[in-house]
Design a protein around this ligand. Structure first.
Ligand SMILES: Cc1cc2nc3c(=O)[nH]c(=O)nc-3n(C[C@H](O)[C@H](O)[C@H](O)COP(=O)(O)OP(=O)(O)OC[C@H]3O[C@@H](n4cnc5c(N)ncnc54)[C@H](O)[C@@H]3O)c2cc1C
Ligand SMILES: Cc1cc2nc3c(=O)[nH]c(=O)nc-3n(C[C@H](O)[C@H](O)[C@H](O)COP(=O)(O)O)c2cc1C
Length: 782
């Protein structure tokens, strides 16, 4: 077999090694345009898990690599004169040059031919090769040559970065967030061998320009960075080697394989440097290719297996990298944070590390996060313990005069079980049991302001006395038997009205017994949905009056809070999104025009609703569709409602148009809450695939929301919050009838948690840094 490998970086060399081990008789050549020791970059970083993989696939190169490595366990975050360190991370660094020399040596040893200073510009010369590996890096000539086939997507990110080195020793993966007269600068730094560390500097494009970095030579810009970070460099030099400032390209390719050619490493996909995975991905691609070549009967089948088997893992890493890079791009959102809360945000930015996980590894750090959170709550007038504080989920919150005893919320959820809008026994049990289950706040399902404002015939309403009495019974029960507060969500279905019950066909038009529907513009939801009537001024006045009348009834029922539903494509949302609002009058066009009617309704409600009671608005912070509402629009929308007196923005997304393309995942809407909260500076509630109290605490502690709503988890577990309180040992009220159950779960939880923590600690292998520290520890004197 003949294999040609274009590119002698980590991907090319490691695939040569693994393929040659597998097929000693094969003729394998690596073509590299540079000289053997002519490499850019400083250090590379691998996690312990990646090194385990290297050990398994090629022990000799693993041994040489790990002999040369620097190990560290801590991540240190420097911000505004403070430093927070978190251990247990298990990372290793090595010089990129040394890594390549080790891989070259090992490849030669196995009989791979290495041809340096050989620039390949046409793969036709490999016509007789069985396999051609395209490992030619981020600017891959061959990916671009077959651009139509590979279909790469290059997303050039906004921040500028430059890769430098230093002689400054470091004992932790170090992030430095530095305020300057021009704006914020970030350094990502780690040591990779004795006396050598990698320094990646990053800043936003405006700060970059203001700092006069444009057009500077490498040396001049290194001097500028040395000036900014001089206090930390302590006289050590900054080193340069192709250290130009650039924008990071996130590259994704639709296809990785063409005939017998295959893309590997950066050529196929990149991952932002903030998660330190570029070289790891390149070498793990080589492993995946070698595995596929081992298993499959033909090269063609192997390449197909490689592409199919490897894609999910690469996309997962790229997703984590995306989340991480977005955090760094928007670091100004957190610049006013308490430093310990800021550091917690850095640690938890990519979702893999959470509140509970950090509690196990760095209990003192999390204790400081809890204290800072409690101090903020105390500053708002609550008499909470700041020395032994409850976790963020169990900290109180005040909105106007409404006080919540914890931050967990039952999200509004239609039960489709009302008769002519009247909530019945099902609703009493449903809402009652969730209130008793401990949530600080709960919302009613979307309750409709008139008969023809309903989504389905099963929706609850609040337009007549019978409905008012039925709701009062529910509210009274909740107030008499729990500490929960209850908010009324008022809405109008708009063009999504007159549809079937959820279990008969969500959003599908009723076949019989429907009613006329209204919207901002006469555009049906499904092609076969009813065409809605475009609202004229008279219709707007009637709808506004209906909202106000329902709110007054809500006040008589005793609701603690009022939420205006302006999300999910219902009537008010249909005004806000440009995809559903195509009006030419004052209620369409710009965002200001599209917000005019929803704001008018909000203002009328605010005037009618008692001044001491809070109001929220639920918005779709993105339509997940081309040309629709975006996160940036959501900030403007939130600002407009805040000016009109909203106390809380309930940040949901989507459900506006049928062809939306939401990106689902754990906590998938939380980034929008984070953006709205920290850019519009308004309190937010986040929601969406948040399923554990650990996630609730992670979100709150990182300042990504003020309240966390859970929908589906509450459908199956009314006592979600009570159970979480037992887990964290937090105060929670409970009806006297249920006290024996509460006492039991609190007692058992302490033991269960201890057992689980012990198990996790036992199951966790020692990091290489820990093993190295143990090995070098002087023996205690007898
Ligand atoms: C300036 C810079 C500095 C970096 N520094 C670091 C760092 O310090 N630490 C870190 O972890 N990551 C660093 N990276 C990222 C890291 O290099 C990559 O993620 C990783 O090396 C990807 O490995 P690869 O084998 O896919 O590509 P590369 O390492 O880029 O290797 C591709 C190789 O192909 C060769 N080549 C390209 N075209 C041809 C051709 N037509 N013919 C012959 N040879 C060709 C190139 O010369 C190169 O040696 C850096 C990247 C850049 C751009
Ligand atoms: C059965 C059901 C009914 C819902 N009804 C409403 C509603 O009436 N009003 C509303 O704003 N959101 C409604 N939602 C959306 C939820 O409030 C929540 O935003 C969504 O389910 C995502 O949160 P989760 O992942 O915690 O379930 C509903 C969700 C479900 C599952």
């Amino acid at each position: 077999m003949k294999i040609a490998i274009i590119g002698g970086g980590p991907a090319g060399l490691y695939s040569a090694i693994l393929l040659k081990k597998q097929r000693p008789g094969a003729d394998i050549t690596v073509y590299e345009r540079n000289r053997a020791d002519d490499t850019f970059g400083f250090g590379v970083v691998f996690s312990d898990a990646t090194l385990d993989n290297f050990e398994k696939y090629d022990a000799p190169s693993y041994r040489r690599i790990t002999q040369e490595f620097a190990y560290w366990d801590d991540i240190a975050v420097h911000f505004r004169g403070t430093v927070h360190r978190v251990g247990g991370n298990g990372f290793c660094g090595c010089s990129r040059r040394t890594l390549l020399l080790i891989l070259q040596e090992r490849a030669r040893e196995l009989g791979v031919t290495l041809l340096f200073e050989t620039d390949i510009d046409d793969e036709a010369r490999f016509a007789d090769a069985d396999l051609v590996v395209l490992a030619d890096g981020i600017n891959s000539r061959f990916r671009d040559k077959y651009i139509e086939h590979f279909q790469p997507e290059v997303d050039l990110r906004s921040n500028m970065f430059a890769w430098m080195g230093s002689t400054r020793p470091l004992d932790a993966f170090t992030f430095i967030f530095q305020e300057t007269e021009w704006g914020p600068f970030i350094a990502h730094a780690y040591q990779y061998e004795v006396g050598r560390s990698t320094w990646i500097f990053e800043t936003d494009p405006v700060t970059f320009k203001r700092a006069g970095l444009e057009g500077l030579s490498e040396k001049q810009s290194a001097d500028r960075m040395a000036g900014i970070f001089g206090w930390f460099l302590e006289g050590h030099q900054l080193l340069i080697n192709r250290s130009m400032w650039r924008n990071f390209p996130m590259i994704r390719s639709k296809r990785w394989v063409k005939d017998n050619m295959v893309l590997l490493g950066d050529a196929k996909a990149t991952a932002h440097f903030s998660i330190g995975s570029g070289t790891k991905l390149a070498m793990e691609d080589a492993i995946a290719l070698a595995d596929a070549m081992h298993r499959a009967p033909t090269v063609e089948a192997a390449l197909q297996q490689y592409e199919e088997g490897r894609r999910e893992e690469v996309e997962k890493t790229q997703h984590a990298a995306d989340v991480s890079l977005v955090w760094f791009e928007h670091v100004d959102r957190f610049w006013n944070f308490d430093p310990v809360q800021f550091a917690f945000g850095v640690m938890t930015r990519a979702k893999a590390i959470t509140y509970d996980n950090l509690t196990l590894r760095a209990p003192d750090f999390v204790a400081d996060v809890d204290k800072a959170f409690a101090r903020q709550v105390r500053a708002r007038g609550f008499d909470v313990d700041v020395e032994k504080p409850a976790s963020p989920m169990f900290q109180p919150l005040r909105l106007r005069e409404m006080e919540l005893s914890n931050r967990a919320v039952v999200s509004p959820m239609c039960m489709y079980s009302a008769q002519e809008g009247v909530p019945g026994d099902f609703h009493l049990v449903h809402y009652g049991s969730r209130a008793v289950g401990g949530a600080g706040l709960m919302f009613t399902e979307m309750t409709c302001v008139s008969r023809d404002a309903r989504i389905t015939p099963g929706c609850t309403g609040l337009w007549n006395d019978e409905q008012e009495a039925a709701w009062r019974r529910i509210v009274d029960f909740i107030h008499a038997n729990s500490a929960a507060k209850i908010g009324l969500q008022l809405g109008h279905a708009g063009r999504k009205g007159a549809t079937k019950l959820m279990w008969d066909g969500m959003d599908r038009p009723l076949e019989q017994g429907g009613w006329d529907v209204l919207s901002a513009s006469p555009i049906p939801y499904f092609p076969d949905s009813q065409v809605p009537r475009e609202m004229d001024r008279a219709a707007m006045d009637a709808v506004k009056a209906a909202f106000v009348a329902s709110a007054l009834r809500g006040e008589r029922c005793g609701f603690d809070m009022l939420e205006l539903h302006a999300a999910h494509g219902y009537l008010l949302a249909s005004f806000i999104s440009p995809l559903t609002n195509q009006r030419n009058d004052a209620y369409g066009g710009s965002l200001e025009g599209r917000l005019r009617f929803p704001l008018e309704v909000f203002e009328a409600l605010r005037a009618a609703w008692p001044a001491h009671k809070p109001m929220s608005v639920r918005i779709s912070a993105t339509d997940w569709a081309e040309g629709g509402v975006t996160g940036d629009d959501a900030v403007d929308i939130a600002r407009a409602f805040a000016e009109a007196g909203v106390d809380l923005v309930d940040v949901s997304t989507g459900q506006t148009v049928r062809d939306a393309q939401p990106v689902y995942g754990r906590m998938f809407q939380t980034p929008f809450s984070e953006q709205v909260r920290n850019e519009a500076r308004v309190a937010t509630m986040c929601v969406g695939n948040i399923t554990t109290s650990d996630q609730v605490n992670t979100i709150l502690a990182a300042g990504r929301a003020d309240l966390v709503a859970l929908g589906r988890p509450h459908l199956v577990d009314p006592a979600f919050t009570l159970k979480a309180a037992a887990w964290y040992g937090a105060e929670i009220s409970c009806p006297p009838q249920y006290l024996p159950g509460k006492e039991q779960i609190f007692r058992n939880s302490i033991r269960d948690r201890q057992d689980l923590d012990d198990l996790k600690i036992k199951a966790k292998p020692k990091t290489r840094a820990e093993l190295k520290a143990e090995a070098t520890k002087p023996l205690a004197a007898e």
